[in-house]
Design a protein around this ligand. Structure first.
Ligand code: ZN
Ligand code: MN
Length: 475
C-alpha cells in the first residue's frame, strides 16, 4: 500500500506466529511440547537439527490444524501446499534456511472481526517451522555469548499476516485476543503450552509513515505496551528532528522499551527457493469439506445464541462466549439448571474462585457435574447463595461430591422458625445501637442485625425470612 493511502495517524500491520498444539514437530517425529525439567537439545533428531542428508516428512495433523484456522479466518485455501526455503544465516537455524511458505501461502486473504465489530483484512496465513531458541546469558543486549537450544526447532507454526488496517495499540491487543479466542475454540492451540508471538510493523503520520518492525512480542498485554511505547518514541524522534529509516527493532519487556537491531532486510534478501525435499501436497475439496465438518461452533455464533435464544444479559453473554471453557461448562450446566442462575454463577463465581486460587479450570478439577449439583441445590431452595459461595470456594481447592457433603455437614437452609427466632433474639440483644437507630426510623440499620443472624446460622438462614422475623420481634 502506498503511503498517501493512509488516513489514520498510526498505521499498524501484524505478523502473528502461532504454535500449533500438535504432538510432534512439523517435519519429524520429535515431541513438540516442552517436557518439565527437560535438558536443552534433548528433543531433537537429525531433521530438526538440520544435519546433512536428513529429509523432512510433513506432519498431516499440523496441516489439518492450519486448514481449520484458514477456514475460521475465511481465507481462500490454496489447492496445493508448497514449501520454500527462506535462506539466512543465523545460529537459530542450522540448515541456514527456514522451511516456510512464500510463493503460495496455504490461506490467502481473509479477515478477523475485532470486538468493536471492525473487520481487519488479512493478507495471508502460511505454515512454517519454528527456529531454535537463542539463549542469552543475562542481559540480551550486553550478553557476551549466546547459547542455542534446538528443542523448539521444527515446531509447527502458522503465521497470520494482516493488512496495515490497525490504527492503535489497543486494536492490536484486541486483534491478538480475538485470534486467541478462535484458536482456543478450534482446539489447535493451548495458551499455557504454545507460543504466540507478534512482529508489528508500525509507523506514524508525522514521519511520513516510515515504518519500524518490532520483533518477537509475546502475548496481548505485551503488544499493547510495546506499541504504545513505539508510537511515542516515533513521534518524539520526529520532533527531535532525527532521521527515520526502515528498521527492525527489538522489544525489551523488562525495561519496557524498543531498541534498534538492524536495518530492515527486504524479501529479496532471503533468496527463496521451492524446497525440493518436500513433495507438493494436494489439498482436495474433500479434505477441506472434512475439516469444515469438524469445525466447532465459534464464539460469534455462541454469542448470538446466548443473546437471542437464552436471553442472557449482554455483558455476561460476551464473557461466556469469549472463553471456550466457560462457554462449554455453561452449555452443559443449562441442561439441568435455569439459564440465568447458571450464567450468573459461571460468569462471576467460578472465575472469582479460580482467580483467587490462581488455578485454571482444569487445574481446579471443577466440572459441569459439580456446578450442576451446586446450582440445583440453590435453585431448589435447599441451600442459600451464601452457602453456595462457600461450597464453590471449597471445590476450587479440592473437588468433592456436593450433595453428600451438604448433607453430611448439615448445610441445608435453616427452615426451623424457632431456631431463627432464637438467633434473632440473641442478635437484638447484641446490637442495641442498631436497634435504637432502626426504631428511630432508620430502616437500613436493620441490615446489620440481619448480618449478625446470618453469621450465627453460618449463612444457612434466608435473609428475607430473617428480616421478617426481626420486624415481627421488634413490633
Ligand atoms: Zn526432530
Ligand atoms: Mn515467519
Amino acid at each position: 500500500m502506498s503511503e498517501d493511502k493512509f488516513t489514520s495517524d498510526v498505521v499498524i500491520g501484524l505478523e502473528i506466529h502461532v504454535e500449533l498444539n500438535t504432538k510432534t514437530k512439523l517435519f519429524c517425529s520429535c515431541p513438540r511440547e516442552v517436557v518439565d525439567g527437560e535438558e536443552p537439545n534433548s528433543r531433537c533428531c537429525p531433521v530438526c537439527l538440520g544435519l546433512p542428508g536428513s529429509k523432512p516428512v510433513l506432519n498431516k495433523k499440523a496441516v489439518e490444524y492450519a486448514l481449520k484456522l484458514c477456514i475460521a479466518l475465511k481465507c481462500d485455501i490454496s489447492p496445493k501446499l508448497i514449501f520454500s526455503r527462506k535462506s539466512y544465516f543465523y545460529p537459530d537455524m542450522a540448515k541456514n534456511y527456514q522451511i516456510t511458505q512464500y510463493e503460495i501461502p496455504l490461506g490467502n486473504g481473509g479477515e478477523l472481526k475485532l470486538s468493536s465489530g471492525k473487520r481487519v483484512k488479512l493478507k495471508r496465513a502460511h505454515m512454517e517451522e519454528d527456529p531454535a531458541a537463542l539463549v542469552h546469558i543475562g542481559d540480551m543486549q550486553k550478553s557476551p555469548s549466546v547459547l542455542v537450544d534446538y528443542n523448539r526447532s521444527g515446531n509447527p507454526l502458522v503465521e497470520v499476516v494482516t493488512d496495515p488496517d490497525i490504527t492503535s495499540a489497543d486494536e492490536a491487543r484486541d486483534f491478538m485476543k480475538q485470534l486467541i479466542t478462535i484458536l482456543e475454540y478450534l482446539e489447535i492451540f493451548d495458551i499455557n503450552k504454545c507460543i504466540i508471538k507478534a512482529d508489528a510493523n508500525i509507523s506514524v503520520k508525522e514521519s511520513g509513515y516510515v515504518r519500524a518492525e518490532i520483533k518477537n512480542i509475546t502475548g496481548f498485554k505485551e503488544i499493547e505496551r510495546a506499541l504504545n511505547y513505539e508510537i511515542e518514541r516515533q513521534k518524539h524522534d520526529v520532533k527531535e528532528g532525527r532521521k527515520f529509516i526502515v528498521e527492525t527493532r527489538g522489544w525489551d519487556s523488562e525495561k519496557g522499551i524498543t531498541f534498534p537491531m538492524r536495518a530492515k532486510e527486504s524479501e529479496e534478501d532471503y533468496g527463496y527457493i521451492i524446497d525440493p525435499d518436500l513433495v507438493v501436497t494436494e489439498i482436495g475439496k474433500d479434505w477441506i469439506k472434512d475439516m469444515e465438518k469438524e469445525m466447532p461452533e465459534l464464539a460469534d455464533a455462541k454469542l448470538k445464541k446466548f443473546l437471542d435464544e437464552h436471553g442472557i444479559e449482554e455483558t455476561t453473554a460476551n464473557v461466556l462466549a469469549k472463553d471456550k471453557k466457560l462457554a462449554d461448562i455453561y452449555e452443559a450446566v443449562i441442561k439441568k439448571v435455569d439459564h440465568s442462575l447458571a450464567s450468573k454463577w459461571i460468569r462471576r463465581e467460578l472465575p472469582r474462585v479460580l482467580h483467587y486460587n490462581k488455578k485454571s479450570l482444569e487445574e481446579s478439577g471443577i466440572k459441569a457435574e459439580h456446578m450442576i449439583a451446586l446450582l440445583k441445590l440453590i435453585q431448589d431452595g435447599k441451600i442459600t447463595e451464601k452457602v453456595g459461595q462457600r461450597l464453590i470456594e471449597k471445590l476450587c481447592v479440592m473437588v468433592f461430591d456436593v450433595a453428600s457433603y451438604v448433607k453430611k455437614e448439615g448445610l441445608e437452609v435453616v427452615a426451623d422458625v424457632e431456631k431463627i427466632e432464637k438467633f434473632c433474639e440473641e442478635a437484638i440483644k447484641e446490637a442495641p445501637k442498631a436497634i435504637e437507630e432502626y426504631k428511630a426510623g432508620k430502616e437500613k440499620a436493620l441490615n446489620f442485625v440481619v448480618g449478625l443472624v446470618m453469621k450465627k446460622s453460618r449463612g444457612k438462614a434466608r435473609p428475607g425470612v430473617v428480616m421478617e422475623v426481626l420486624k415481627k420481634l421488634l413490633g
